[in-house]
Design a protein around this ligand. Structure first.
Ligand code: HC0
Length: 568
């Protein structure tokens, strides 16, 4: 390690550490717009300039390394003046539409302008002429608001292994866009929204569909039901200043009722149902020599990824639709019948941590009720905005319970929201179904945690099941390549598109970073432990659904409503 001083404070650092990381650890804040830990360290924005004694020019702290005896100043007048100049230059060609911008009050550029105390921008630059691209079902690109920080490019390439967007053109015409400036909706973008999560401004953001939900809620003809994804209950509080990972399920239910939804249901219910169907599918493929490994199919960014990049493995996918889509299909059939409501009048809204769920709901396969099964998908962020518009004081709400029957769930349903959760939920049920023994304790900790690829083995009545779990599509690639080359064999693989699983989805509150992901994951397992039932097959509402309607897992009605097929 080396010793240096920053603003007169003696600090120690690893020999290869940067000034920026070292300062942060010492509690000294250096502003930056382009830096993204380990992913985007390019010194582009020049807002992190610092003075290093003995150096001729100011140094960008994100790339400059520490050295023994170094003397760093982060707040001298020349440093502050240089940073201010660079910020003004960035702002000189940025639209000043903060009041009507989707990232108003949640924008790093706006925050920097406030922190710097800017009172004027001395330069008038030209705004880029590239038009807004709203061709994607999930995301909107607004090149005018792009500050060319390249964080989105780094995440898309390095974390997701997709590279749907990159830096195009040169000089004043430089733009982050798909190759050949093709529309985002026509390229191999998987709609995961990780770009939107790291964008410091609103240059790429989710497609706002709140207007359609307000309209449905105001329509007396419509019976509007809502489902909430597992991961939303540990993150929506962040939109209202609560701590990441705080479990706010009861307040979320109350808030949705306050907005006027006729029924508040839970995707955790259909997550339990998915386990019944997918668990049965796994056991049947094992018994009948079906295609293995079975790979989970509930994460729509992952589905689009395999369709684009690994079509030869499509028949390894579980035929189960995702819990979101199972819910939609049942809301307009089983629930409609039970409640005596014409499915044409039922409007299904999903609250998801995910932008790709918007794309999934619009897929042609997702109409098995005879209608579009899920009408509108809102992200956690969009729901937060609706609640603010409605004046809901979230934290002061009293907790309420989900409605019957599609709101009843177990702890196995809620853990779907964290990487490894689908696998663990499936094991809790498969173990009991195969061995006939009660599982105690129910925790499979080997598949938990943030390691990119997790491997485990479980003994089911003498058969050793080999398992793998991957999250983030770059990690999915590693597993798929090992399977394709024959280097590894597995029976069952869980793949979730986003780092950390759905708690790190592209529709989650901003910021979402490593620390916040870990807190949300802890919240998910806390929610699981607090549930009276923790195995999907013990869900009484799922049991009733089979008795009254579906008859049995993988039965005729299940195939019609809950399963699909992805063609190579
Ligand atoms: Fe997920 Fe899901 S767990 S994909 O991560 O399987 O988005 O939270 O809703 O559908 O249940 C997201 C989260 C869901 C689905 C569930 C699955």
């Amino acid at each position: 390690s080396v010793n240096l001083t920053i603003d007169g404070k003696p600090v120690q650092a690893e020999a290869d550490a940067t000034i920026l990381e070292t300062a942060r650890r010492a509690g000294i804040k250096i502003p930056t717009l382009c830096y993204l830990e380990e992913l985007n360290v390019i010194g582009a924005c020049r807002l992190c300039l610092v003075r290093v004694e003995g150096a001729r020019a100011l140094q960008p702290a994100c790339v400059a390394r520490v050295a023994e005896g170094m003397v760093v100043r982060t707040n001298t007048p020349d440093v502050l003046q240089a940073r201010r100049l660079n910020l003004e230059l960035i702002l000189s060609n940025h639209p000043r539409e903060c009041l009507t911008c989707p990232r108003n009050n949640n924008c790093e550029l706006q925050q920097l302008a406030a922190d710097f105390g800017l009172e004027e921008i001395r330069f008038e630059g030209e705004i880029t002429p590239y038009p807004v691209d709203d061709s994607s079902p999930a995301l909107v690109r607004d090149p005018r608001k792009c500050v060319l920080c390249r964080r989105c490019v780094a995440v898309c390439e390095q974390v997701q292994g997709v590279s749907a967007i990159s830096v195009q053109e040169r000089g004043f015409n430089t733009i982050v866009a798909p190759a050949f400036l093709d529309p985002l909706g026509s390229v191999a973008c998987v709609n995961c929204g990780q770009c939107a999560l790291v964008c410091p401004t609103a240059a790429i953001h989710e497609k706002d569909q709140t207007a359609a939900v307000w309209a449905a809620l105001a329509d007396p003809q419509k019976h509007v039901v809502v489902q909430t994804a597992p991961a939303v209950r540990v993150s929506i509080g962040e939109m209202f200043g609560l701590k990441p990972g705080e479990v706010v399920t009861g307040k979320l239910v109350a808030a949705l009722r306050h907005l006027g939804f006729d029924r508040v249901f839970d995707t955790d219910f259909s997550a339990d149902l998915t386990i019944m169907e997918e668990g049965s599918e796994l056991l049947s493929r094992l018994k009948e020599g079906g295609r293995l490994p079975l790979i989970t199919s509930c994460s729509p960014g992952w589905i689009k990824f395999i369709e684009h990049f690994y079509p030869a493995l499509l028949s390894n996918l579980s035929t189960c639709k995702s819990p979101q889509q199972m819910f939609g299909a049942l809301a307009k059939t089983y629930y409609a019948q039970k409640a005596g409501i014409d499915p044409a009048d039922i409007f299904v809204v999903s609250i998801m941590p995910c932008t790709a769920k918007k794309f999934e709901a619009g897929r042609p396969e997702m109409n098995s009720s005879g209608y579009q099964d899920v009408d509108v998908v809102l992200t956690t962020r969009e729901l937060g905005k609706m609640l603010k518009q409605a004046g809901v004081d979230f934290d002061s709400l009293s907790e309420e319970e989900y409605d019957d029957p599609l709101g009843i769930s177990t702890g196995a349903g809620v853990i779907f929201g964290a990487t490894g959760g689908v696998m663990e939920a499936a094991l809790r049920t498969a173990y009991e179904l195969v061995t006939g023994e009660t599982l105690e304790p129910v925790d499979f900790t080997a598949v938990r945690g943030m390691a990119g690829v997790k491997e485990a083995a479980v003994n089911l009545n003498g058969t050793e099941l080999k398992l793998a779990v991957a999250h983030g599509l770059g990690n999915a690639r590693k597993v798929l390549d090992a399977v394709s080359s024959g280097e590894k064999t597995f029976h069952f693989i869980e793949i979730m598109c986003c780092p950390g699983g759905c708690i790190g989805g592209g529709g989650q509150p901003i910021p979402t970073n490593t620390e916040i992901r870990a807190k949300r994951i802890a919240g998910i397992y806390r929610a699981d432990r607090e549930m009276p039932r923790r195995k999907s097959h013990e869900n009484p509402a799922v049991q009733a659904l089979y008795k009254e309607f579906l008859e049995q897992p993988l039965g005729y009605k299940s195939h019609e409503l809950l399963h699909t097929h992805y063609e190579p």
